[in-house]
Design a protein around this ligand. Structure first.
Ligand code: NAD
Length: 494
């Protein structure tokens, strides 16, 4: 047994875990539970509470009490110190947190370990921002001695809902800026991957976060998630997940006109120009879609390739895909882990069939596989060539390791087709020509454009979508605005 496997057996042994409400570790009011299973081999890791509307209500009440009570008396400097303390503990327990993600949702351990810069960076970046929040003194048009100024105030209680594909990063990216601004949080992790979030909540509690400042309610989207989105005691919903669920959340949030930020799905284009450095571009373009087995919102799932270099690119891409090793994520040699669930694997398989039925050419992959001894849901990295823009695989988010390659004749043609999607989360460009790079980066309709790279996400740089990929930005100082209100104060000093 490798070191990771031994630690994995210790970490989760099928025991029950509780959720955090008002500083207490509780079961669901209904007493019901959900099983957390390792998607690579089906092993029962733990059971977790199946929270519902009553638990959400208790959590929102606790979060409101904390917001108006003890948390409001923390100075920005105290919030900063607390976030820095949490960062220290997260760093000390980083390997266990990563292993937890690998077991609960399949991300290869090498990939989760590599996220440390980003996650620790988020905690430390927002710790810094906690003491930098400020308003302005503004000259006004009134005669006499009238002073006008603004102050920034925390919005209140934030309801955060996250998907399963990056639990540590996804939860820290909601929690850290909310705490930095002085908000309190009720977080609903995905029913498919809650274990790491519970572990993280325990760390935060042990670091001295007052009761009720962070509450984690585990449960199903249709119960706990829907109750959170509709709850009148929530001031903002910060949601990451599918576009379909985002729509339901926007509707539910209308009840008390709560603010909503939506980080949704995508069908991100990557444009590989004739003059690209192929040795560098091909591995990056391949992993733009295959990383995390394609279960990434920014997956570069449409690769536009200049027709002159199409054959060469297809041959190298296929070699790269065939060289990827599938298996249990705790094996440090593994490149791709399982898909999260049987349902997700069946969904991806239906796209593999659709691609072939609609006339795309299957270059490599295209099937479910069973790595030795693993009963999980693995799908080969798959490349379709000869894809046209109207095919289903070129239009819909698959959330699996499936790449559509689409040839183009000139960069204008690629640009027009890349933008012909209702989504707009991210895009990539590979070229050695500065003019082409700049022009495409300006005109691609996406929240992020990477040139000669992909996947870079940083605590200090805003990230988010346009159009049906959502709105709002996470990361950077822009993110703080989502948790702050601006109050105008007028003083007549005459
Ligand atoms: P999902 O929308 O099914 O679920 C996301 C979360 O919403 C889960 O916690 C779920 O329980 C909850 N939920 C489901 N129905 C709900 C409802 N009616 N009301 C309230 N909450 C509800 O998404 P998923 O399958 O977990 O994740 C995959 C999707 O997330 C993909 O579309 C992907 O592109 C997107 N995603 C986007 C980003 C981003 O930053 N833009 C990042 C990661 C994932």
């Amino acid at each position: 047994m490798t070191g990771w496997a031994a630690r994995a057996a210790e970490l989760y042994d099928g025991r029950h875990r509780r959720m955090l409400i008002d500083g207490e570790w509780r079961d669901a009011a209904s007493g019901e539970v959900i099983e957390a299973r390792d998607p690579a081999d089906g092993r029962l890791l733990a059971t977790i509470p199946k929270g519902g509307a009553a638990d959400i209500d208790a959590a929102v009440t606790a979060a409101r009490r904390a917001f108006e009570g003890p948390w409001s008396r923390f100075t920005p400097f105290e919030r900063q110190a607390l976030l820095l303390r949490i960062a220290e503990r997260v760093e000390a327990e980083w390997q266990d947190l990563c292993l937890s993600d690998t077991l609960d949702m399949g991300m290869p351990i090498q990939r989760s370990l590599a996220n440390s810069r980003r996650v620790l960076g988020m905690l430390r970046f927002y710790a810094g921002q906690a003491v930098a929040i400020h308003g302005h003194t503004i000259a006004n048009s009134f005669p006499g001695e009238i002073v006008s100024m603004t102050v920034r105030e925390p919005l209140g209680v934030v309801g955060a809902i996250i998907p399963w594909n990056a639990p540590i990063a996804g939860s820290v990216w909601k929690i850290a800026p909310a705490l930095a601004t002085g908000c309190t949080v009720v977080l609903k992790p995905s029913e498919e991957a809650s274990l790491t979030v519970l572990r993280l909540a325990r760390i935060m509690q042990e670091c001295g976060l007052p009761d009720g400042v962070l509450n984690v309610v585990t449960g199903l989207g249709a119960d706990a998630g829907a109750a959170l989105a509709a709850h009148p005691g929530i001031d903002r919903i910060a949601f990451t997940g599918s576009t379909e669920t985002g729509r339901a959340i926007a509707r539910a949030a209308g009840g008390n006109i709560k603010r909503v930020s939506l980080e949704l799905g995508g069908k991100s284009p990557v444009i590989l120009c004739r003059d690209a450095d192929l040795d560098r571009a091909i591995p990056v373009a391949a992993m733009a879609v295959f990383a995390n087995s394609g279960q990434i919102c920014i997956a570069g799932s449409r690769l536009f390739v200049a027709r002159e270099i199409e054959d060469e690119v297809l041959s190298h891409l296929a070699d790269h895909a065939r060289g990827l090793r599938l298996g249990h994520g705790i094996d440090p040699e593994v490149d791709l882990g399982p898909l999260i669930s049987a349902r997700q694997a069946a969904r991806v398989e239906s796209y593999l069939q659709r691609g072939q039925d609609e006339g795309a050419r299957l270059l490599t992959g295209g099937a479910r596989v069973t790595p030795e001894g693993l009963a999980g849901h693995f799908i080969q990295p798959t490349i379709f060539a000869g894809v046209s823009d109207d095919m289903t695989i070129a239009r819909e988010e698959i959330f699996g390791p499936v790449l559509s390659v689409l040839p183009f004749d000139d960069p204008e043609d690629a640009l027009r087709r890349a933008n012909a999607t209702p989504y707009g989360l991210a895009a990539g460009v590979f070229t050695r020509d500065l003019g082409t790079a700049h022009k495409l980066a300006q005109r691609l309709r996406a929240g992020t454009v990477w040139v000669n790279m992909y996947h870079a996400i940083d605590p200090a740089v805003p990230f988010g979508g346009v159009r049906m990929s959502g709105h709002g930005r996470e990361g950077g100082t822009e993110h703080l605005d989502e948790f702050l209100d601006t109050k105008a104060i007028w003083i007549n000093t005459d």
